[in-house]
Design a protein around this ligand. Structure first.
Ligand code: C2E
Ligand code: MG
Ligand code: MG
Ligand code: MG
Length: 286
């Protein structure tokens, strides 16, 4: 199947290539192949989720996982989301991918329940195109229902740019999702063009401090000041904070000292397929 799709894509690409000899660069050819093959990826069952734990800094306890999608292509190997999500958004198939991710992540959480592993929460990344989609609330509701999950187990991650100048319709969608008992986190916080007005308009639960501010903790006083300010802002708004990209123990110590609630990063675990995770997870170092 995959081979056939790749073959067809290549054929199509080749014909086009002859036609646009001058215009079509190698990059464009690759892209055309990618695009055509990506269109069938969900149907061929080539998408996989990896899960990265989120840890409560104070107790070391596992508080949840973030689901991160990968495209497992027979020839290309494991393609990271940065290399196909933007393309999927552009060619209008992010809805299918997003729906698959949401269902698969909810199913996984239910599977862990059935196996007796108490995982409190699952975080799923949303694309801006999904927020614009009128069917999002129904999709989320059906994913929860199909997996038989109770309330407050699912968290959706949105980025600041998706919330900037939120149109009334998007705000209504987020409120509807929230009323299903789903939690909302702002991903990569601090990297968007920050009009902070959305923070008071939307029913948010946590801010994820972008890894670019976490990376140089201990080396860059400005980054430390930004991290402190984000934690203070979150606390005064009644939101939790999650530090992304925690790789070193001294970063975790700084974050704990400053009152950050949760951490996620290679220090604890890389994102892993479910079968590679071992429970129970314990991250206490003492
Ligand atoms: P993100 O949501 O901010 O996810 C965090 C990224 O940082 C992940 O990259 C993760 O593997 C990586 N990471 C985690 N810990 C560390 C660390 O300690 N150090 C470093 N250097 N990196 C770390 P990944 O999996 O390649 O995902 C990249 C982005 O792709 C995500 O950023 C998210 O925006 C997007 N993405 C992933 N899965 C999905 C999805 O299902 N739907 C949508 N729409 N976007 C997704
Ligand atoms: Mg995320
Ligand atoms: Mg992030
Ligand atoms: Mg990011």
């Amino acid at each position: 199947h995959a081979d056939r799709a790749m073959y067809e894509a290549k054929q199509r690409g080749r014909n086009n290539f002859q036609f646009f000899t001058q215009a079509l660069t190698d990059g464009a050819f690759e892209r055309l192949v990618m695009e055509n093959v990506l269109r069938g990826a969900v149907g061929r069952g080539e998408l996989v989720l990896h899960y990265q734990p989120q840890i409560a800094l104070a107790s070391g306890r596992l508080m949840g996982f973030e689901a991160l999608v990968r495209w497992n292509h027979p020839e290309l190997g494991l393609v990271p989301p940065g290399r196909f999500i933007p393309l999927a958004e552009e060619i209008g198939i992010i809805g299918d991918i997003g729906a698959w991710v949401l269902r698969a992540a909810c199913r996984q959480l239910a599977d862990w329940d059935a196996q007796g592993f108490a995982v409190p929460r699952m975080g799923v990344n949303l694309s801006v195109k999904q927020i614009d989609d009128a069917g999002l609330t129904e999709l989320v509701a059906s994913a929860l229902r199909e997996a038989g999950l109770g309330e407050h187990r699912l968290e959706l991650e949105v980025t600041e740019s998706m919330l900037m100048g939120v149109p009334e319709t998007n705000r209504a969608a987020l409120n509807a999702i929230k009323s299903l008992g789903v939690e909302l986190a702002v991903d990569d916080f601090g990297t968007g063009y920050s009009n902070l007005a959305y923070l008071k308009l939307l029913p948010l639960d946590r801010l994820k401090i972008d890894q670019s501010f976490v990376r140089d903790i201990g080396r860059d006083g400005n980054d430390e000041a930004i991290v402190r300010a984000i934690i203070a802002l979150a606390r005064s708004l009644g939101l939790e904070t999650v530090a992304e990209g925690v790789e070193e123990a001294h970063q975790a110590e700084f974050l704990l000292r400053e009152g950050c609630n949760l951490a996620q990063g290679y220090l604890y675990s890389r994102p892993l397929p479910a079968e590679a995770l071992s429970f129970p997870m314990c991250f206490r170092r003492d």
